[in-house]
Ligand binder design. Structure first.
Ligand code: ZN
Length: 117
């Protein structure tokens, strides 16, 4: 019987210093976590929607196991999209969770999955 589960990493995204002062509303140490499909903001702190927009495309890839040669597996510091702002965002893996496929999609698993090869 095929294993019906898969693993995703939990992530933490944290504001760290760059080489210039911050222009946006970031505060050093502001952070949120990504667990499964959900974002969890710490202590009800605000987080720039522009920075979030720049980070969002990367998060699902960072949650998944990656080839060690893939740049996505090594480049963890993301710049603020405001070119005048010195803020950087560090993405860290902080844990992992196992999900049951049946709890994440109603799409049936094909007998042969050509998509992943
Ligand atoms: Zn910024």
């Amino acid at each position: 019987m095929e294993d019906s589960s898969f693993v995703l990493y939990d992530l933490k995204v944290e504001v760290i210093e760059g080489d210039k002062p911050f222009v946006c509303s970031h505060q050093l140490g502001d952070a949120f976590e990504v667990r499964g499909e959900n974002l969890h903001f710490k202590n009800d702190r605000p987080f720039s929607l522009y920075a979030l927009a720049a980070l969002l495309p990367l998060l699902p890839a960072k949650q998944r196991p990656l080839n060690r040669l893939d740049w996505m597996a090594t480049d963890h510091i993301i710049a603020c999209p405001d070119p005048h702002c010195g803020a950087r965002f560090k993405i860290s893996r902080i844990g992992k969770q196992t999900f049951k496929r049946s709890e994440t999609t109603i799409v049936p698993l094909p007998d042969k999955n050509d998509w992943i090869e």
